[in-house]
Design a protein around this ligand. Structure first.
Ligand code: NAD
Length: 510
């Protein structure tokens, strides 16, 4: 392993970054919630959490702000998000660095996450002039029918640790141009980047001038505070990103009070490497998809089906890449793989590997890498050759484990690919047009994202992002995902002097 290193004091650097980013010190010192950096395992802050009553009061305040904000013309609302994009550009390096400290991402991925925030701001600014409704042909003379889109209310955002800031930006940028207020419950593992993002937005709000007080808020707390957001009658939509376990709890609670849900849950993403695949290209895409972010992306490649005719060409090269990939402290080195988020993540990985072994798996990698910090968990990514899709292969383990299986029949490979609970992202590597198109067709991949000759991870903001089945069915970010943040009204206007009824119904009164 050849990694350039320098020494960083994580605790001091965190405090310096928070100060630079404008986060008030009393929010992250002397509080009741400890925050740790996965990079060294050290405690980097103690945050003040909100009580359930305080959380409810913040939601009420956001609701009051919404009632004013919904009357601001959408292009003017877009101006606030344009300013947010400017502030994010100015603070990209510092916020990206804080993401690396708090979530353990390598430098380019920490910066990439902030770039994603900037990209969605640009998208949302354009969108603020394009919240179009349809004009629809009516069956009645002298009538006009149309759709109008109106702001919805307070949008609740619950986010996961692994995209600590981008997911909020995907939701908040759209929700705000759509005329809503936003209340955010970030992961308890990554609260500092949330406070920093709110501080950056506060600068944009100050420059904007007259946004209503309380338009966006952060709730620091654990799952119980998330539940306050989920159950509050003044939150008509909750966009919740996290595990399928979380979605199983949140989904029914929202349904019970007829609130809307955008559920962005776990993934168990698969790829198929066909006989005609460009193996050099596939190798790079698989390596990034499976090992990048230390396997802690919802879109991480976890299952790979390789045709028997290319298996012996590809898999040894993959194993070599696994053996030589650099694992290290992302703040001090140019390593490609940083730490797992915490000990439970490491334990889950080891448990899955021993189960895979019991199912006949042959493992390359997976062992802990000792960087001299007792409480940080670095691992060699694991490649596991499996005789078939069984045991832990069918479930998401949020760690860098790639299960590799050999296939001979295309249809059987697609069927196996689809035979898991999650339905987020998928890829096929082929130069055969028929195979590519079949993978994208109605009886191909059953996922929300289906790619050809690129990996499963690293989506652009322009497309709608989300997955099917146990991934929850939500869509956010680009395309027409904005519609989820607005309510649709169908309006029929009669400009004639008669009152014809629809479907030819007559109802003549004297
Ligand atoms: P998690 O489910 O443990 O927590 C996610 C968030 O939900 C946290 O803020 C947590 O406090 C909150 N939460 C948990 N239970 C809750 C409840 N009952 N009510 C209200 N809030 C609750 O997930 P995590 O470990 O932070 O993140 C990893 C998981 O997230 C993986 O499964 C990953 O695939 C998934 N993920 C999905 C996407 C996506 O877009 N589909 C994106 C990122 C992460």
């Amino acid at each position: 392993m050849n990694i350039a290193t320098k020494t960083v004091n994580v605790v001091q650097e965190t405090a310096a970054l928070l100060e630079k980013l404008g986060v008030s010190k009393d929010l992250y010192t002397g509080g009741d919630m400890a925050s740790f950096s996965p990079v060294t395992g050290e405690q980097i802050a103690s945050l003040k959490t909100v009580t359930a009553a305080e959380a409810a009061a913040k939601i009420e305040k956001a609701d009051a702000a919404f009632r004013a904000w919904r009357l601001v013309p959408a292009p003017k609302r877009g101006e606030l998000i344009r300013l947010l994009g400017e502030e994010l550009r100015a603070h990209k390096a510092d916020l990206g660095r804080l993401v690396s400290i708090e979530a353990g991402k390598i430098t380019s991925e920490g910066l990439g996450e902030v770039q994603e925030m900037i990209d969605i701001c640009d998208f949302a600014v354009g969108l603020s002039r394009q919240l179009y409704g349809l004009t629809i042909a009516t069956e009645r003379p002298g009538h006009r029918m149309m759709e109008t889109w109106h702001p919805l209310g307070v949008i609740g955002v619950i986010s996961a640790f692994n995209f600590p800031v981008a997911v909020w930006a995907w939701n908040a940028a759209l929700a705000i141009v759509c005329g809503n207020a936003v209340v955010w419950k970030p992961s308890e593992k990554t609260p500092l980047t949330a406070l920093a993002s709110q501080a950056i937005l506060d600068r944009a709000i100050a420059r904007f001038g007259d946004a209503p007080d309380g338009l966006t808020q952060v709730l620091i707390g654990d799952r119980a505070i998330g539940e306050v957001l989920v159950d509050h009658p003044k939150v008509p939509l909750v966009s919740a990103t996290g595990s399928t376990r979380m979605g199983r709890d949140v989904g029914p609670r929202l349904a019970k009070r007829f609130a809307r849900a955008i559920l962005e849950l776990g993934g168990n993403n698969g790829g198929i490497v066909c006989p005609s695949a460009d193996l050099d290209m596939a190798l790079r895409a698989i390596a990034f998809g499976a090992m990048g972010t230390a396997g802690q992306r919802c879109t991480t490649l976890r299952r790979l089906f390789v045709h028997e005719s290319v298996y012996d060409q590809l898999v040894p090269r993959l194993k070599k890449a696994y053996s030589s990939v650099s694992v290290g402290n992302p703040l001090e080195s140019t390593a490609l793989v940083g730490p797992l988020v915490d000990k439970p993540a490491f334990d889950n990985m080891q448990k899955a590997l021993s189960e895979a072994k019991a199912h006949g798996g042959s493992i390359t990698g997976g062992e802990r890498v000792d960087l001299g910090h007792a409480n940080s968990y670095y691992v060699k990514p694991a490649l596991v050759e499996m005789p078939k899709q069984a045991g832990p292969v069918t479930e998401e383990t949020f760690a860098p484990i790639l299960y590799v299986m050999k296939y001979s029949d295309f249809d059987a490979a697609v069927a196996d690919h689809n035979a898991v609970g999650a339905g987020l992202s998928s890829s096929i590597f082929t130069l055969d047009l028929q195979e590519a198109e079949r993978f994208l067709s109605p009886d191909g991949s059953d996922c929300g994202i289906a790619n050809v000759n690129i990996g499963t991870s690293g989506a652009e903001i322009g497309g709608a992002f989300g997955g099917e089945k146990e991934t929850g069915g939500g869509r956010e970010s680009g395309s027409d995902a904005w519609r989820a943040y607005m309510r649709r009204a169908t309006n029929t206007i009669n400009y004639s002097k008669a009152l014809p009824l629809a479907q030819g119904v007559s109802f003549d009164i004297e």
